[in-house]
Design a protein around this ligand. Structure first.
Ligand code: GLN
Length: 312
């Protein structure tokens, strides 16, 4: 089934008009930079697998990628070491606990369970092939850039804000190391993980990155194959299980698409074989998901009939 472009354009605009003023939520404040981003910003973008872009609002405003970066480093780790090793060393289950939970690690003998929580993301970074941390970082930035189809850059300001406040993540990295589930120097992995969260992307970039997944690993703008097709279902499964942290089940139940959020206010949903929807607005619900982003993305998915579990 191919969706009608006029319908997509109308639905994207309707989502923006309906929810861009929605109340509720607060900017993340545990990373000082994020507290300073204007809460009124709202962007939404759909990119189809053939590269058509539909956007509304602040869709070119560049915000911190944050946790959504975990998806793209997972992609790189899968390319590097393969699905089996990622599954064995990291896991593919929801933790049922907050994204930076220490208890989740304690309960499972140090196995992080998901590449999309902080512990699993740092362990995933440590699996990526590299001769040193700078090389690992440039490969991750290269992957983000290839998926977006343009050069993605680190924000020095965001990175400084995160690196000087990431004590909890450093503790998690050492816990992984002590459990034997960290595969490089733990502080170097934490440092690189923190950088990957501190890159700047727009909702348009995010939708292109997601559309690359929707197209089975081919960037829809430049038609380059970025990922092996066989790795994409593993990425989407991880997103389904843990992409919106401990509301991933609610998201699957109500929206029915693999998704991923970040505390910068970004949120991405992928309709395999069709398109990706990206939303951005800084105020978050208590779990860490963008309030307006979830409303807009869920609305678009519903109006376009994209629920994967629906029998049409
Ligand atoms: N950099 C953030 C952290 O590690 C990302 C978390 C998130 O977006 N959920 O805490």
């Amino acid at each position: 089934m191919s969706l009608d472009h006029a319908k997509i354009a109308a639905v994207v605009k309707e989502a923006y008009d309906k929810f861009s003023q929605a109340a509720g939520g607060e900017n993340a404040s545990y990373i000082p930079y994020l507290a300073s981003v204007p809460s009124s910003l709202v962007g939404v973008t759909v990119v189809t697998k053939d590269g058509t872009v539909f956007e509304c609002g602040d869709s070119n405003y560049e915000f911190a990628l944050e946790s959504i970066s975990k998806v793209f480093s997972l992609a790189l780790a899968l390319e590097d070491v393969g699905a089996e090793e990622v599954h064995n060393k990291i896991g593919a289950d929801p933790t049922g606990l907050p994204f930076n939970s220490v208890m989740a690690l304690e309960l499972h003998g140090g196995k992080p369970l998901s590449p999309l929580v902080n512990a699993g993301a740092m362990a995933t970074v440590s699996l990526i092939k590299a001769s040193n941390p700078e090389d690992r970082w440039s490969r991750i930035l290269g992957m983000q850039s290839q998926l977006a189809g343009r050069q993605i850059a680190l924000s020095e300001e965001i990175n400084r804000s995160e690196q000087t406040t990431n004590f909890h993540n450093r503790a998690i990295a050492w816990l992984l190391y002590s459990a034997g589930t960290m595969y490089s120097d733990p502080m170097a992995a934490c440092d690189v993980y923190t950088r990957q969260c501190s890159t700047l992307i727009s909702s348009k970039d995010l939708a292109v990155m997601g559309a690359t997944l929707a197209a089975g690993g081919i960037n829809p703008l430049n038609k380059q194959r970025i990922l092996k097709a066989e790795n994409v279902p593993h990425i989407l499964a991880a997103m389904t299980m843990e992409g919106l942290y401990d509301s991933s089940g609610d998201w699957a139940y109500t929206v029915g698409l693999p998704g991923k959020s970040g505390v910068g206010g970004g949120i991405l949903a992928v309709a395999p074989g069709q398109l990706a929807i990206a939303g951005f607005s800084p105020p978050l619900d208590p779990i860490g998901n963008s309030v307006r982003g979830q409303l807009m993305v869920a609305f678009i998915a519903k109006e376009l009939g994209l629920n994967l579990y629906a029998v049409n």
